[in-house]
Design a protein around this ligand. Structure first.
Ligand SMILES: NC(=O)c1ccc[n+]([C@@H]2O[C@H](COP(=O)([O-])OP(=O)(O)OC[C@H]3O[C@@H](n4cnc5c(N)ncnc54)[C@H](O)[C@@H]3O)[C@@H](O)[C@H]2O)c1
Length: 380
């Protein structure tokens, strides 16, 4: 078991556990179960039949029953169609009907959607109850469950309403990854690659070593543990002291202005073509190609090759452009327009993150559409 102490010097510090066996799971639950009148566990309905989910629910239920405490379990549909205020209101009514009081613990078991939803709910239900996360896919283990951001979408807009809410603890059970489809595993890996190029050599080298092997979610446990723990520590470093994203946390958005534009083009209500991590991969290519031009560096080939070995996209295929019913030129203009409106652009200028060189991200402000267009051309 690996135990990471998140935000050690802050009032809201808490442990993050990376666990790979059942015995450690039991000790971790016993240690962190707390003294709550009710523990409400919200489970992604898609994974409710998994062995890992059943093991965790049984452990919580055994421990709570032995202490004579109440446990409630609620199943929730994953996916963006659930991440809205209708679900929040439905859940608030369900909690009230079950007489769930303020001295309760809410636990999310699922991917980024369930984590964001339950994080948000826990921060507003009776003005705040305690929270714990059990992220079950790679994107939630490395990204969404770390850093305290919660959110729901509103019609046509992503993450419009949200709060900052830190959990009492986060429990990562690696067994969950064995049921993850390869595509989702790889998409989650894009965020790890992203963080590896902005911090220092260590993680990037671990990833390069992996890329030389036959990569899959069956990679060696020890190797995976080490990559996950390093990536989580890096994210904690970037967010410590800057939870509200005014300064160094912004560096984590490298590739995201471009990636978000790609995601925004896909309708919120239809099936997604690109996973978040895949859009980040394309965003990284745009960003590094622009960085190379501005800082006269030569990093694009290396990063493109690395992303390709993980089967992450490095170019938007013709098939998708046809599916969108747009010409290449119109899509390019739409992407530029969307990126220029990115919420992180303060005032008139857009702030993007570029790579001055490896492990050296910088803020770059621009109001020139032609620069952004140049960056997108690399993937179109
Ligand atoms: N709060 C943050 O800092 C932050 C950061 C990044 C992303 N996000 C949010 O996260 C969301 C995307 O997360 P997501 O991709 O996890 O979405 P998701 O929660 O909908 O999960 C994607 C799919 O993975 C499935 N899944 C989860 N665990 C599994 C497992 N062990 N085995 C098999 N399938 C499993 C889910 O059932 C779902 O079908 C977006 O809403 C995004 O805004 C938040």
């Amino acid at each position: 078991m690996i135990r990471i102490s998140a935000y050690q010097n802050q009032k809201f510090n808490y442990p993050i556990y990376i666990i790979s066996n059942k015995q450690d799971l039991v000790s971790c639950v016993e240690e962190n179960i707390g003294d709550f009148s009710t523990t409400v566990i919200f489970v992604d309905s898609f994974i409710k039949g998994l062995d890992s989910t059943n093991q965790i629910l049984k452990i919580f239920s055994d421990v709570l029953n032995s202490l004579n405490r109440r446990i409630l379990v609620c199943h929730l549909e994953p996916g963006k169609q659930s991440k809205n205020l209708n679900t929040i209101e439905f859940l608030a009514n369900w909690l009230l009907k079950n007489n769930v009081q303020r001295d309760s613990l809410f636990i999310s078991i699922g991917g980024g959607v369930i984590g964001d939803l339950i994080g948000f709910l826990s921060s507003i239900y009776f003005r705040g109850v305690s929270l714990a996360h059990i992220p079950t896919n790679l994107i939630s283990m490395t990204d969404s469950a770390i850093g305290g951001k919660t959110a729901v979408n509103t019609s046509g807009h992503v993450n419009t309403l949200g709060t900052y809410k830190h959990p009492n603890f986060t429990l990562i059970y690696l067994d969950f990854l064995s049921s993850l489809p390869q595509r989702d595993f790889v998409a989650g890996f894009a965020e790890i690659i992203k963080i590896s190029i902005i911090k220092n050599q260590g993680l990037f080298e671990l990833i390069q070593n992996l890329s030389r092997k036959n990569f899959s979610n069956q990679i060696e446990l020890k190797e995976l543990e080490s990559i996950l723990a390093t990536s989580i520590k890096y994210k904690l470093d970037f967010t410590d002291g800057d939870i509200q994203e005014n300064n160094k946390r912004l560096f984590l958005n490298i590739g995201h202005t471009f990636g978000h534009a790609i995601e925004s083009i896909q309708d919120l209500n239809t099936e997604e073509y690109y996973r978040h991590g895949e859009a980040v991969s394309l965003g990284l290519i745009s960003c590094i190609s622009l960085s190379d031009k501005i800082f006269k560096t030569h990093n694009l080939t290396l990063i493109k090759e690395l992303l390709s070995t993980f089967n992450l996209p490095t170019r938007i295929p013709e098939e998708y452009i046809v599916k969108l019913g747009l010409s290449r030129e119109v899509l390019l203009d739409k992407l530029v327009e969307t990126a220029m409106n990115d919420k992180k652009g303060k005032g008139k200028k857009l702030t993007i993150i570029l790579l001055n060189d490896f492990y050296n991200p910088v803020l770059f402000k621009t109001d020139e559409k032609s620069i952004i267009k140049e960056a997108f051309k690399e993937i179109l």
